[in-house]
Each structure stands twice: as structure tokens, then as C-alpha cells.
Design a protein around this ligand. Structure first.
Ligand SMILES: CCC1=C(C)/C(=C/C2=NC(=C\c3[nH]c(/C=C4\NC(=O)[C@H](C)[C@H]4CC)c(C)c3CCC(=O)O)/C(CCC(=O)O)=C2C)NC1=O
Length: 161
């Protein structure tokens, strides 16, 4: 896993150089938004179950997916879906704190699309649910932190599509 600081340092180290002005600018931006990130992470942690519930209500409930024949039908599959959304929310929050998406590649997206395809989990509907989590989260943490979280929700969606 990488974060905004190690990303900048590793890039400089590869060239054997001190940080240039664009690297310094990246670090400045990261430190300036530090408190915002920590506050958002605390709010998300305290409201995770609500975020997921509202996102599911907005995107998946009462659709064909939750009816017989749908991939969320049966309690076991419904629970697996909710659990997956909880993974996405938690890992997006980690990535937002780190200011870097590498943890998503390593722990979430690696092999995920293949798993979904082999189990018949609908990727379009999953993306809709993640987009709904993005909206609900932004409503809760405010526009600035919401924008920051959006980067990582979108990263998961493009990794799935
Ligand atoms: C931390 C990283 C990580 C991820 C991301 C992960 C995902 C993941 N989701 C799975 C299943 C699943 N995922 C879903 C999800 C959904 N079905 C829908 O219709 C909805 C659109 C959607 C929810 C938004 C469902 C229903 C299953 C069970 C499918 C089945 O067994 O038939 C499986 C197969 C094994 C299992 O059932 O546990 C994995 C590996 N596991 C991990 O360890």
C-alpha cells in the first residue's frame, strides 16, 4: 500500500532527486486537507450502516435484482451484497485517508471482476450502488470531503467496468 507521501518520495527516489516544486505542491495539498480527511473518516465510520442502507434504498431495493431470479434474492446473497458494499465504503475511506488508490488495487479490485462474472453478480447494478453510496456520503461529509471520497468510489467503479 502506498500513500500520498510515499508516492511522492518514491517517485523522487527513483530519479535520485530531492522533491521538485510539483512534488512539494502535492505534499502541501495533502497536508492542508489532512484534518478534512480525518474528520470525514470519523463521520463515515460512525454512519457506515446508514450510508449503505440509504444507498441500497436509492439504487437496488424494489428492482428485479431483489426479486426471485435476481442476484440479491435470498438472504444469503442479499447479505453478501451488503457486505461487498461495506468493503467498498471501508476501503474507499482508507484510500481517501492515504490520498492514494493503491490499496484498492491490492485488496479490492484484484480479481474482483472475474469473481463477479463467474458468479453472475451484475456489475452495472454494483456500480449504481457505489454511485449511490458516493452521493449519500457526500451529503453526510459535505462537498469538499465528498469530492475526495468520490475519487475512490469512482476508482472502484472504473476498476470493475
Ligand atoms: C475486501 C475485498 C473483497 C471483495 C470486494 C469481495 C467480494 C466478493 N463478493 C462475492 C459474492 C457476492 N457479491 C454479491 C453482490 C451483489 N449482488 C447484486 O446483485 C448486487 C448488485 C451486488 C451488491 C452491490 C453477491 C450477491 C454475492 C454472492 C453471489 C453468490 O454466491 O451467488 C464474492 C464471492 C465469495 C463470497 O460470496 O463471499 C466475493 C469474493 N470479497 C472480498 O474479500
Amino acid at each position: 500500500m502506498q500513500d500520498a507521501i510515499t508516492a511522492v518520495i518514491n517517485a523522487a527516489d527513483v530519479q535520485g532527486k530531492y522533491l521538485d516544486s510539483s512534488a512539494i505542491e502535492k505534499l502541501k495539498k495533502y497536508f492542508q486537507t489532512g484534518e478534512l480527511r480525518v474528520r470525514a473518516a470519523a463521520t463515515i465510520a460512525a454512519n457506515a450502516a446508514t450510508i449503505i442502507k440509504e444507498a441500497v434504498a436509492k439504487s437496488l431495493l424494489y428492482s428485479d435484482i431483489t426479486r426471485p431470479g435476481g442476484n440479491m434474492y435470498t438472504t444469503r446473497r442479499y447479505a453478501a451484497c451488503i457486505r461487498d458494499l461495506d468493503y467498498y465504503l471501508r476501503y474507499a475511506t482508507y484510500a481517501m485517508l492515504a490520498g492514494d488508490p493503491s490499496i484498492l488495487d491490492e485488496r479490492v479490485l484484484n480479481g474482483l471482476k472475474e469473481t463477479y462474472n463467474s458468479l453472475g453478480v451484475p456489475i452495472g447494478a454494483t456500480i449504481q450502488a457505489i454511485q449511490a453510496m458516493k452521493e449519500v456520503t457526500a451529503g453526510l461529509v459535505g462537498p469538499d470531503a465528498g469530492k475526495e471520497m468520490a475519487v475512490y468510489f469512482d476508482y472502484i467503479c472504473s476498476g470493475l467496468s
